[in-house]
Design a protein around this ligand. Structure first.
Ligand code: HEM
Length: 147
């Protein structure tokens, strides 16, 4: 069961992180060169139906893996002890992504056509960096911890 959860978690990570890396390093520079926000909108329309289910898979498998990974001897309230320390950091990074995603949906995307590509780019970079942070902390969780 743990192997299936980890497999789904790694596949979800590949879709989520891979898509955001392509967005920031390929799609955004192209949209900027063409000065055409439709390049971003086209990518978003194709990627979003993959990205949202991938994020849901990450949350479901992540929480399940976290509950299985925590030994009885460590209390959830002990935020300095491994693995709770890493799980708490994962949740913090996830809440950061949620906040940015809601702000993008309500504020940034509606203003994209009116020259909001710079604000959108900052958002996309922030989500990508937080998502890479989730990968680093995740590898820490599966290898005994980075701190
Ligand atoms: C976009 C969101 C996320 C991404 C990209 C991500 C990515 C990863 C990656 C790449 C690994 C390493 C897999 C391995 O080495 O086997 C991992 C492991 C892990 N992640 Fe996540 N993760 C995300 C969200 C979450 C969430 C929300 C939680 C729960 C709080 C979580 C809990 C875990 C746990 C417990 C492990 C260790 C699994 C093991 O025992 O090997 N992840 N994550």
């Amino acid at each position: 069961m743990t192997q299936i959860l980890i497999l789904l978690h790694v596949l979800g990570a590949a879709v989520w992180v891979g898509g955001h890396v392509v967005l920031t390093l390929v799609v955004l520079p192209r949209a900027r060169r063409a000065n055409d926000p439709r390049v971003v909108q086209d990518f978003e329309q194709g990627y979003e139906p993959l990205a949202m289910p991938a994020l849901l898979v990450q949350i479901a498998t992540g929480i399940w893996l976290a509950v299985r990974a925590k030994p009885e001897s460590v209390a959830w309230s002990d935020l300095t002890a491994f693995p709770v320390s890493h799980i708490a950091l994962k949740l913090l990074l996830l809440f950061g992504i949620f906040g940015l995603a809601v702000h993008a949906k309500l504020r940034v995307l509606p203003q994209l056509e009116a020259g909001g590509i710079d604000v959108y780019a900052k958002h996309a970079w922030a989500v990508t960096v937080l998502s890479l942070g989730l990968v680093v902390v995740g590898v820490g969780l599966s290898t005994g911890g980075f701190f």
